[in-house]
Design a protein. Sequence first.
Length: 121
Amino acid sequence: MKLPKSIIIAGREYTVKQNPKSAGGNGNIRDCIITIGTKLPKEIPIVFLHEVCEVIMVERGVRFDHTDDLPYELLFNFNHKEFENIICDLSYALKGVTFPMENQIKDKKNGQKKNKKEISK
């Protein structure tokens, strides 16, 4: 997956950085930086989506640190209207981002993934 150089979340431009030594991600709200670990290439889309969603929820004030039970337990609290707003933010933030699975479907005969263009020929 080719990561964008930046995305817009809640009207703020976030720089997207890559860390080849990590497999996880991090969202820095203060400095508007999202760091994505690229050590496991197949996990990049999941980590990227996770971090974008979490930053959106922090920006909207619906993610809270809940440390009573576990050292690093997060709580998300929102109603359906806020969920719709989160999805709108996500849609806007991902405008122009292409995920590798969008252009692939499984060939029913042998289970291999093929590009949609290849199958339509």
